[in-house]
Ligand binder design. Structure first.
Ligand code: DNO
Length: 393
C-alpha cells in the first residue's frame, strides 16, 4: 500500500517537509477553503498539486469532495449541485488527481463525545460515550421523540447524569459532538457559528420523511450522475463508511455493514464506484467482522483508512491502539498488501501524546500520535511484505 497522510493544506502546521522525514509517500487533502457546493477550479487544484510536488510528494487522494446536504435529501437544487460536483471532478481529472473520498452521512459526519479520553500512560484517545450522546440528543438538542431510540437503562443513566452534569460539561459535549469534529471535515457547522444547536436542529429538519430507502435512492441518483465523468478521467469515487456505523439522531445511515456495501456497489455497478475501507469506522459496529469485509470488498476498495476500536460491554467505544481492537489491522494489511499492493492507505487518527495537546490539532489528527501509529503500521507492512516474498502467505 502507498503510505499517505491527511494534510490540511498550506496552513497546516504539520509541514510537507516534516512528512517526508517520516516516510510519507502521498498526500491526502482537499481545497479546504472552498465552501461546500462551489466548483473546485482547475487553477486552484493545479496550484495545490504543484505545491505538494515541489515538496517531493504527490497528491494521491482527495478527502473529501463533500456532497451537499441537498443532494443527500434530494432538494430542489440537487441537479444544479450535482452539476457543480461533476465540474469539480472534471477539473480534478484533468489535473490527474483521480481518487476521491466522500461520504453520504446526513447532517453529521463522524461522531464522538470525548476528544481526550485519558489512558493510564498519560496519552488520550477519542471516545464515544453512549449515555452522554443520549444526553445530548434528549436533553440538550431536545429532539422530538428522541427517547424512543434508547433503552430504559440508557434513559435512567441520562436522568442520573442530569443531576451531576455541569454547564461547562454541557458546552464541551456540544463542542465535541457538533462543532470540533465537524467544522474541518464537513462545513455544515463551524467554530464561528454562534448557536450551533439551533443550526443543527434546522439541518435535521430537512430530513423529515427521508428514511433509509429514500437516502439510498438519492445516493444511487448521485452516483449514476457522476459515473460518466469518472469513466472519462479514470476517477475512483470511494465512499467513507458511516462513523459510527449505526443510525443517530433518527437519521438513516446507509454505509454501515455488509448488506449496505453490497447494495451500493451493485446499485451502480461500475468499478469507479468504490469504497474507502475505513477499518476504524466499520469496527465500531459490533455487527461487522472487519477482516471478512476486507476480503470481500478488496477489489472495490480504492482507499484504506487504518485504525481500530474496542466496543465496550455498555455500548461505548474507544479508539484503540493500532495494534489491538476489533479491526485486526495485521489481518487487514495481509489482505490489502496481497490483493491491492498499490492502494493508498493512511493511518487514521492517533492518540494525543508527547506534547500534541498544546498544538490544537484538528480532533483525531495529532502529529506524534499519528506518526507513532504510522510506524506501527509500517512495521506490520514490512513483516507482511517479507511473508509475501517468501511465499508464506
Ligand atoms: C474523520 C474522517 C471523516 C472523513 C469523511 C470523508 O476523521 O475519517 O470525516 O474524512 O467522512 O468524507
Amino acid at each position: 500500500m502507498e503510505k499517505t497522510w491527511r494534510w490540511f493544506g498550506k496552513n497546516d502546521n504539520i509541514t510537507l517537509a516534516m512528512l517526508r522525514q517520516i516516510g510519507v509517500e502521498g498526500i491526502v487533502t482537499a481545497l479546504h477553503d472552498v465552501p461546500n457546493g462551489e466548483v473546485w477550479t482547475h487553477e486552484a487544484i493545479l496550484d495545490l498539486k504543484r505545491f505538494i510536488e515541489e515538496a517531493g510528494l504527490k497528491w494521491s487522494v482527495v478527502e473529501s469532495l463533500p456532497v451537499c446536504e441537498s443532494i443527500k435529501y434530494g432538494g430542489a437544487d440537487r441537479d444544479e449541485l450535482i452539476g457543480r460536483y461533476i465540474a469539480s471532478l472534471e477539473n480534478l481529472g484533468k489535473a490527474g488527481v483521480t481518487t476521491v473520498c466522500y461520504n453520504f452521512m446526513p447532517v453529521i459526519d463522524w461522531v464522538r463525545t470525548d476528544l481526550q479520553h485519558p489512558w493510564a500512560d498519560g496519552s488520550s484517545s477519542l471516545y464515544f460515550d453512549k449515555v452522554r450522546f443520549a444526553y445530548f440528543d434528549c436533553r440538550i438538542l431536545q429532539r422530538e421523540g428522541a427517547e424512543k431510540d434508547y433503552d430504559a437503562t440508557v434513559l435512567e443513566a441520562v436522568d442520573a447524569l442530569d443531576k451531576t452534569i455541569t454547564d461547562a460539561e454541557k458546552e464541551t459535549l456540544i463542542e465535541n459532538i457538533i462543532v470540533k469534529t465537524q467544522g474541518f471535515v464537513n462545513g455544515n457547522i463551524t467554530e464561528n457559528d454562534r448557536n450551533p444547536v439551533a443550526l443543527f436542529r434546522d439541518l435535521l429538519s430537512r430530513y423529515a420523511g427521508i428514511g433509509r430507502d429514500a437516502l439510498r435512492e438519492n445516493m444511487k441518483y448521485f452516483l449514476s450522475a457522476v459515473m460518466p465523468v469518472c469513466d472519462r478521467y479514470g476517477i475512483n469515487m470511494c465512499v467513507h463508511p458511516d462513523d459510527p456505523p449505526f443510525p443517530l439522531f433518527g437519521l438513516p445511515r446507509i454505509v454501515t455493514c455488509d448488506e449496505d456495501i453490497d447494495w451500493f456497489l451493485h446499485a451502480v455497478d461500475n468499478p469507479h464506484n468504490g469504497l474507502t475501507f475505513c477499518a476504524g469506522s466499520l469496527s465500531a459496529g459490533i455487527h461487522n467482522d472487519v477482516p471478512r469485509l476486507a476480503r470481500k470488498y478488496a477489489s472495490r476498495t480504492h482507499f484504506v483508512h487504518l485504525r481500530s476500536t474496542n466496543v465496550l460491554p455498555n455500548g461505548d467505544f474507544i479508539e484503540a491502539s493500532h495494534l489491538e481492537g476489533r479491526a485486526h489491522l495485521v489481518d487487514l494489511v495481509r489482505i490489502f498488501e496481497k490483493e491491492r499492493p498499490d492502494v493508498p492507505m493512511r493511518v487514521d487518527h492517533g492518540r494525543l501524546m508527547l506534547g500534541d495537546k498544546a498544538e490544537e490539532y484538528n480532533a483525531g489528527y495529532s502529529f506524534h500520535g499519528r506518526m507513532f501509529a504510522l510506524a506501527q503500521v509500517e512495521g506490520i507492512m514490512a513483516v507482511v511484505r517479507d511473508e509475501l516474498e517468501k511465499g508464506l502467505i
